[in-house]
Write a protein that binds this ligand. Sequence first.
Ligand code: ARG
Ligand code: ZN
Length: 878
Amino acid sequence: MRTETEHTIYLKDYTPSPYRIVSVDLDFRILTENTRARAQLTVEPRDDTAPGTPLVLDGDGLVLGSIAIDGAPLVLSAYAANDDGLTVFEPPLRRFVLETEVTLQPETNTKLMGLYRSSGTWCTQCEPEGFRRITYYLDRPDNLAVFKVRMTAPLDVAPVLLANGNLVDKGDAGDGMHYAVWEDPFPKPAYLFALVAGDLGSITDSFITGSGRKVDLGIYCTHGKEDQCLWAMDSLKRSMAWDERRFGLEYDLDVFNIVAVSDFNFGAMENKGLNIFNDKLVFAKPDTATDGDYDGIERVIAHEYFHNWTGNRVTCRDWFQLCLKEGLTVYRDQEFTSDERSRAVKRISDVATLRRAQFPEDGGPLAHPPRPDQFREINNFYTTTVYEKGAEIVRMLATLLGEAGFRKGMDLYFERHDGEATTIEAFLAAFADANGVNLDQFKTWYLQAGTPKLTVNEHYDADRQTYTLKLTQETQPTPGQPNKQALVLPIKFGLLGPNGSPMGWSEVSGAEVRDDLIVLNSAMAEVTFTGIANRPVASLLRGFSAPVVLESQSSQQDQLFLARHDSDPFNRWQALQDVGMALAVAAVKGTPWSDASVTALSEALAETLGSETLDDAFKALALNIPDEQSIGREIATDIDPDKIHAVRGKLLHAVFEPLAMQLLATYNALASTTPYAPDALSTGRRSLRNRMLGLLLASEAAGADMLAAQQYGNATNMTDRMAALASSTYAGTPQVAGMLADFRTRFGGDPLVLDKWLAVTAAAPRDGVIEDMKAILADPSFPKTNPNRLRSLVGTFAMNNPTQFARADGAGFRFVAEFVTEVDKINPQVAARVLTGFRIWPMLDSTRRDAAKGALAALQATALSRNVADILTRMVGG
Ligand code: ARG
Ligand code: ZN
């Protein structure tokens, strides 16, 4: 394999830089042909820096124009500049100003890191290592500096000039040019730098902080889309209020701006005072955005805003600590959504996401600890393990310490580290010290990869009136970590008596038990409850209190009992899923289900659907059978996705056909009479109604295909239209081709809606889908430089089309591998991300395994970026 320089970076090698950059003066002259960037860096040696220590600055693909120290140009022998940096051999051993000038080509920057142009707008992305593509710098998060930015640009193409902080000056620069100067008083690492220059529309608003300061809010976008930014603005204001209420955290600048751009490598970026967003996470109107889109916007607007404290005011010492800001901020955005909407529904959907995305990562070739200790390419570590498992770890901390104890820890963390770049150790120390507890063992969660399996065996002794839970934890080896430690597992639980109500006990021994919490911190423990008059049914891991796989021997009868009676909504949902899962898995393995067990599940689901107390959103989540990929994961070895697809289809049919009348009646009763609104109640209503439609289709109820086509045609919002289209496509109804063609003509002009069409097309579980995708990609008008388009099509295929991606003839694997080779030359980050779809390969049956290996081997024979090479090496076990 030919790759860019391969070089592993280790956490153990961390050392502070011998020099610090304390302030930065940037001057950009932005022209349509190129951009000239001049930087004046005020540099200081550390007290212990030895004379003659070179100053080594990062650079990536920069061409140095001029260089001077304190105004005096450097002679050629005093420095060396190459493709990955600039070295000044003997800088003065005192404070000095280093001035450099480079010329950038944002127009041809298709990697979308550093300064680039998206639909005519100049914008930047610097996290994690994009700033070095703008100027020579100490591009590491532990160098905090104050930034002043001057931009000069043509008034006609770039009337809007934005950067971090506050606008301090602007004016005419002659020759059709104008300028603006922005200053950010808060010292920050370079990854939080941002600028935007372009011809943009905007909406404005303001927010009065708790202490009475007025903050000007702006959202900038392509002209004509202003009306689609209102939901984002509403979400922003609610986020600002929530962070004050819940954590006492106020915004600190006078301005907060958001810019929506159409070419962006991921969701959004928390640059200080100037967040830059993928436009799909800003724009929403009812006829083009779904409830899911509204949800995503609210969540990510909140996430980036919350970073202002968890990420910006307190940042990371080095990139190994990424989950210090990401895990914590995901936890905070989850809590925001829980408080704004339904806590139970939010928890269920977050856990579903965790299982769908993070568990397979943790159980496959790309497994890594939430805080890794080595990497070759940091961009490949913006993973669901760092983000979502990172958030689970913070959630466990909150569970163990209680809400008040958690808040004390947060307060101490800010008190100690505001304005600093710090570590996971410092974060944990704040919680330990604030609560007088020891978190040494708890820290293992950050250091150890893999999903623990928690096995539970129960024993009821009627004579002694004791009930014993034997709890065992085990974590399988992961790449580079053959031996695993026992973790601290907070297990929320309850015992249910025969009539379904909570059951108490006189004494409990065998582990630390506090109220409704068992803390398991050894490989095995036997927890015995005394004074138990009848055999209870245990509800374990309530609210999914630890990110583990729970294995229990509980019978279908006990599970359905919990589904009816558990006071914990999460476990009611879980119990129903477990019953469906057990039936599906047994059938795939050759043991068909009994009529009685299917009937029992149908009845429990009917009762759930008919409940007067459960809300619609919950019902929509509960009325389902685990998806194909979850079933595959449960089976874990020698997977045949076609078989799983077939079995799941039959099970859906068997379980839901008897409910057809009730499904239809519910569907009809939920028809909306009011205009679209994205609130929790209306969203829940639509999701339940659309679930009914999906289930009617899955159980092949007479006329369901027509009903779906009708809903598609008559829909007054995108949520209902997409739901009809997606479930018709999954079911393969006769009307699908017509609907897809209609969708294409109706919405083809709106790129974000085109993405929905691309995604539905790519997820269709039918032969011919690969040929269709090839035709789409071959169309010269298809924008191969736009990450959203590429991910919607090929990303969806690799992640969400298990039968066609893992075709036994290898065509799906080859298609994706060829795509990766091609796109890698344009945008390595997008290519590397799509390639991770292969991580399921070791679980497949031998024919498919060989096919996947063949495709990966062919890829390995080509020239690859470091991003793709790193994923590939780990994927094949290098
Ligand atoms: N910090 C940003 C966020 O999560 C995302 C940056 C992603 N960077 C990357 N290279 N993938 O809010
Ligand atoms: Zn983040």
